[in-house]
Design a protein around this ligand. Structure first.
Ligand code: KIV
Ligand code: ZN
Length: 538
C-alpha cells in the first residue's frame, strides 16, 4: 500500500479572494479570518500583497505576528521594492513566506511586460534570490502558466529552483485550462525536471474558475504530482473566483476510494463556520446551491428524496452535514440568554471579542431580542460583524423620520451626533425614502458621495427578520462600502450609508476607527514597473 501523501492547503482568501469585486475587509476582520483559517488547519495563509497599500502591509504584518503554526505569505512582483516590502511586513513572523510572481505566457510577455523570455528568467531568478535573502521559504509563480509554452515553463521552473525557490506554483490565471491538459503540465514538469522530486520541491496548483473548472483542474493537478493547492473559502476571488477550499477538501475526503493516497490537514467540521464568517465579513453571499456550503447543499425538496433520506441517509446524501460543521439546530439564543451565552456562541462562530466589544454586542443583542423572538446564528453573525466593522464612529445615528408614498415627494429628517456628542439635525427631500435620508446625511456630514450600489436582504426568514443593507459609494476616486443592520429596512440603509461615510472620514485621518486607512494605490504600468499596483494580480 503506498503511503498517503499530505496535500498542503494554501489559502488565498485574504489576497486573491479579497480582490473579488465588492469584497472589503478591514484589518481586524482579516486577523479574525486568519485565526479561523489556522484553526481550520490551513498550512499556508496568503495574507496580502504588501506593496499595494498600507492596509495590506499592516494586515500581513499583524497576521504574521499573531499566527503561531500556519505559514504566512506575502505576495510580491519581481520588483525589488515589492520584495523588500513583503520581507519587511513578514519580519518577526513565525513562519514567513515570500511569494514572487512574474508573467510568462506569450500574450503577457508581448503585451504587458514587453520583455523577452531570457529577460523574464533573469528577473525571476534575481527576485527569488533577493527573497531568499530575507526568508527561507520562497514561492515562485509564473503567472498565466497554463498558457505558457511547456518548454519555457520547464526552463523557468528549473532556473527559479536553482535560485532557491522551494515551491513553484503553476497558475491557471485566467481559468482557461481543462483538467487533462492542466494535469499534464505537472506530469511534464516532473518528468523533465527530476530535481523537483530530488529536492522535494512543492509543485502547486492555483486555479481560477472562469469556465467552472477550478476544482476539477486542482484535483487533476493533485493526481499528477501537485502537493500544494491554492484556494479560497467559498471560492471567492477575481472574476468567477478561485478554486473553493471546501470543495477540494471534501472531494478528497468523500471520494477517498478514488483519491486514496491524498490527505489534507483540514478539520472539516470547521468548514461551515468559516464559510459563514467569510461571507458575512466580505459581504459576498454564498449562492444557495453552492456545493458543500450553500443553503440548499443538504436540503431535500422532492418527496421521494426526503423519504429516502429518512429511511437511510446515504440514499441521497453523499456527505454527512455534521462533517462540515453544519449545525443541526439553528435556533440558538432568545430574550433570556445572558452575556456568557452570547460570548460562547460568538466563539463557536469564530469571532474573538474583547470585553468592550462583547458589551456593545450584548446591548445590540438585547435590543434585537426585544423586537425579535428567535435569534439565529445568522443574526448573531450580523451583529458581531457590525460591531467589528464599525468600531468607534465619527457620526452616530440618533434618530430619523421619513415620509413617503405614492404621488408624494419623500421627505426625511435625520439627527446625527458627532464625535463630541453634539447632535445635528437636517432635512431633505428625495426620489424615494432612501434618497431623501441619504441627502439629509450628506447635508449634515458635508461628505459628498455618489451612491453606486445598494443591496438589501433579510438575514433570516419571518416577519420580524433583521434586514441587512450594503452600499457602495464613490468619493472622489475611491469606492467605499458600508453595511448596516436593523429590523427596519430603511434604518439598515441609513446605517450602511453612515458606515461608508465614517470610513471615508477615518481614512482622511479625521477619526481613529478599527479600520485600516485605505490608501488608494496607483495603477501598475507592468508587473516589473517601479510603481505601486492598483489591482493585485488575479
Ligand atoms: O492567478 C494568478 O496568477 C495569481 C498569481 C499572483 C499567483 O493570483
Ligand atoms: Zn489568482
Amino acid at each position: 500500500m503506498p503511503q498517503p501523501t499530505t496535500i498542503r492547503i494554501f489559502d488565498t482568501t485574504l489576497r486573491d479572494g479579497e480582490q473579488s469585486p465588492g469584497a472589503t475587509l478591514n484589518i481586524r476582520e482579516k486577523i479574525d479570518i486568519a485565526h479561523q483559517l489556522e484553526t481550520l488547519g490551513v498550512d499556508v495563509i496568503e495574507a496580502g500583497f504588501p506593496i499595494t497599500s498600507v492596509g495590506d502591509f499592516e494586515s500581513v504584518r499583524a497576521i504574521g505576528q499573531e499566527l503561531a503554526t500556519a505559514t504566512v505569505a506575502g505576495l510580491a512582483r519581481c520588483v525589488p521594492r515589492d520584495i523588500d516590502r513583503a520581507g519587511e511586513a513578514l519580519h518577526g513572523a513565525a513562519n514567513p513566506r515570500i511569494h514572487v510572481f512574474c508573467a510568462t505566457s506569450k500574450v503577457h510577455r508581448e503585451h504587458k511586460l514587453n520583455k523577452a523570455i531570457e529577460q523574464i528568467i533573469e528577473l525571476s531568478v534575481e527576485s527569488v534570490k533577493r527573497a531568499c535573502g530575507m526568508v527561507q521559504d520562497v514561492e515562485f509563480s509564473p503567472e498565466d502558466a497554463s498558457r505558457t509554452e511547456l518548454s519555457y515553463l520547464v526552463d523557468i521552473t528549473g532556473a527559479v529552483v536553482d535560485a532557491g525557490a522551494t515551491t513553484v506554483n503553476i497558475p491557471d490565471t485566467v481559468g482557461y485550462a481543462v483538467p487533462e491538459e492542466y494535469g499534464h503540465i505537472f506530469a511534464y514538469l516532473r518528468e523533465k525536471l527530476p530535481v523537483l522530486d530530488e529536492k522535494s520541491i512543492y509543485l502547486s496548483a492555483h486555479c481560477h474558475n472562469d469556465l467552472g473548472l477550478a476544482v476539477a483542474n486542482s484535483l487533476a493537478a493533485i493526481r499528477n504530482g501537485a502537493r500544494q493547492i491554492e484556494c479560497t473559502i467559498n471560492g471567492i476571488g477575481e472574476r468567477a473566483g478561485n478554486a473553493a477550499l471546501e470543495e477540494i477538501v471534501m472531494a478528497l475526503r468523500t471520494r477517498g476510494d478514488f483519491f486514496d493516497r491524498y490527505r489534507t490537514g483540514i478539520k472539516t467540521e470547521r468548514i461551515y463556520p468559516i464559510s459563514r464568517m467569510v461571507s458575512t465579513m466580505t459581504g459576498l453571499r454564498v449562492q444557495r446551491n453552492k456545493a458543500i456550503v450553500g443553503e440548499n447543499a443538504f436540503a431535500h425538496e422532492a418527496g421521494i428524496h426526503q423519504d429516502g433520506v429518512l429511511k437511510e441517509r446515504s440514499t441521497y446524501e453523499i456527505m454527512n452535514p455534521c462533517d462540515i460543521g453544519l449545525p443541526a439546530n439553528k435556533l440558538v439564543l432568545g430574550k433570556h440568554s445572558g452575556r456568557h451565552a452570547l460570548r460562547d456562541r460568538a466563539q463557536a462562530l469564530g469571532f474573538r471579542l474583547d470585553d468592550g466589544q462583547l458589551k456593545k454586542a450584548f446591548e445590540s443583542f438585547k435590543a434585537l431580542a426585544d423586537k425579535k423572538k428567535d435569534i439565529y446564528d445568522e443574526d448573531i453573525e450580523a451583529i458581531l460583524d457590525q460591531q467589528l466593522q464599525t468600531g468607534r464612529q465619527l457620526w452616530e445615528l440618533v434618530r430619523f423620520q421619513v415620509t413617503s408614498g405614492t404621488n408624494m415627494i419623500a421627505t426625511a429628517t435625520v439627527v446625527l451626533s458627532d464625535a463630541s456628542g453634539e447632535q445635528q439635525m437636517d432635512a431633505a427631500t428625495g426620489d424615494g425614502p432612501i434618497d431623501a435620508v441619504y441627502s439629509a446625511i450628506q447635508r449634515i456630514t458635508g461628505v459628498q458621495v455618489t451612491l453606486e450600489d445598494y443591496e438589501s436582504r433579510a438575514i433570516t426568514a419571518g416577519k420580524d427578520a433583521q434586514g441587512e443593507a450594503s452600499v457602495a459609494v464613490r468619493h472622489n476616486d475611491r469606492k467605499v462600502r458600508g453595511r448596516g443592520l436593523s429590523t427596519d429596512v430603511v434604518e439598515a440603509a441609513v446605517r450602511a450609508y453612515l458606515a461608508a461615510i465614517n470610513r471615508i472620514k477615518s481614512s482622511q485621518g479625521q477619526w481613529p476607527t478599527t479600520d485600516t486607512p485605505d490608501h488608494p494605490p496607483v495603477e501598475p504600468q507592468a508587473e516589473t514597473a517601479e510603481v505601486e499596483p492598483k489591482a493585485a494580480s488575479g
